[in-house]
Design a protein around this ligand. Structure first.
Ligand SMILES: Nc1ncnc2c1ncn2[C@@H]1O[C@H](COP(=O)(O)OP(=O)(O)OP(=O)(O)O)[C@@H](O)[C@H]1O
Ligand SMILES: Nc1ccn([C@@H]2O[C@H](COP(=O)(O)O)[C@@H](O)[C@H]2O)c(=O)n1
Length: 294
């Protein structure tokens, strides 16, 4: 099998984290993008028996801010040996660039132009993923309230969404991925094998985010943080392009009374159901997949 290393396709350096994953079969016209340690690795040849294998699942997790999507998605991906993609990080990366370059987020034209030329890299460092934008490590700043606010403005522009849509699809279309955001099950992968809509009441989400910011040493006022979450959800749900909404076929999990383990347990149960159904239908696929216990 040949493995080729090459710098960005799609004009963007997309560097994603594959957590202990097997490779998976990708559509023949697409080069497989499996990236580690700052390089894009593309597998252009697939062994014949791998072509016969049913591709691994595409799992979408959507929901409002601080519902626990990234925490759950990362954990689920690890158990499945799947790729994890935090799509919000792409919007945050654009916001970070806008702030760095002092571009007015209200100027649609300037923001869309900036999105076109952005270079985003996801670099794996042990269990952590660093996000580099234009050769600079933006990770420490990505969760700052100002970046959050600007990402929510930038995400309303069609040019920004179009750019990020193609990146997300190119990363996830081969399967074996858990992707989370606001429009994964509705727009990015409407044909996803399994969709979750993860929710929790606003006060609970506000408190979770408040604690998280404090733990990270970012000053937070509970009331203000909760209000900002509420405002962002409203903006995300009301925008014209790809608004936050529950896909009709999504499994809804209300995490208000649940701890993280309980949320993951519900998700794993749904994955097992899905794999069983697929295994029965095809006589292959699902049977080869294993879910790790933690
Ligand atoms: N079920 C849970 N119970 C308690 N705390 C949780 C639970 N799920 C997640 N958390 C905590 O809540 C905070 C927010 O979680 P997370 O960042 O995963 O949310 P999110 O939905 O990805 O948010 P955003 O969309 O704003 O990025 C984190 O500190 C996380 O550890
Ligand atoms: N699929 C997505 C993901 C995110 N956004 C926008 O980015 C903001 C930040 O996302 P986080 O998940 O990191 O909080 C979010 O508020 C959305 O405006 C999006 O539009 N679509």
């Amino acid at each position: 099998m040949h493995r080729h290393f090459f710098p960005g396709i799609f004009g963007v350096i997309v560097n994603v984290e594959r957590v202990g994953a097997d490779r998976c079969v990708r559509p023949p016209l697409f080069t497989v993008v499996i990236i580690r340690f700052g390089r894009i690795r593309a597998d252009t040849e697939v062994r014949p028996y791998e072509r016969l294998r049913v591709r691994k699942l595409i799992i979408a997790i959507d929901g409002p801010a601080a519902a626990g999507k990234s925490t759950a998605a990362k954990n689920l991906a690890k158990r499945l040996g799947y790729l994890y993609l935090d799509s919000g990080a792409l919007y945050r990366a654009i916001a970070w660039k806008l702030l760095q370059e002092k571009i007015n987020p209200e100027s649609q034209e300037e923001v869309e132009a900036a999105a076109q030329s952005i270079e985003i890299e996801f670099r794996l460092k042990g269990e952590q993923t660093e996000i580099w934008v234009g050769g600079i490590d933006a990770t420490p700043s990505l969760r700052l309230p100002e970046v959050t606010r600007v990402s929510s403005i930038a995400s309303t522009y069609p040019g920004v969404r179009k750019k990020l849509l193609s990146i997300q699809r190119s990363i996830g279309s081969g399967g074996g991925v858990v992707m989370e955001g606001r429009d994964i099950g509705t727009v990015v992968f409407p044909e996803a094998d399994l969709k979750f809509y993860l929710d929790a009441t606003t006060p609970v989400r506000g408190l979770r985010r408040h604690k998280e910011l404090e733990q990270k040493g970012i000053p937070s006022d509970l009331e203000k943080t909760t209000r900002e979450i509420e405002e962002r959800d409203l903006k995300d749900s009301r925008r014209h392009v790809a608004p936050l909404k529950k896909s009709e076929d999504a499994v809804v999990i209300d995490s208000t009374p649940l701890n993280l383990e309980e949320v993951i347990a519900q998700m794993v149960q749904e994955v097992e159901k899905k794999l069983k159904i697929r295994g029965q239908r095809s006589g292959a696929g699902g049977r080869g997949e294993r879910i790790k216990e933690f």
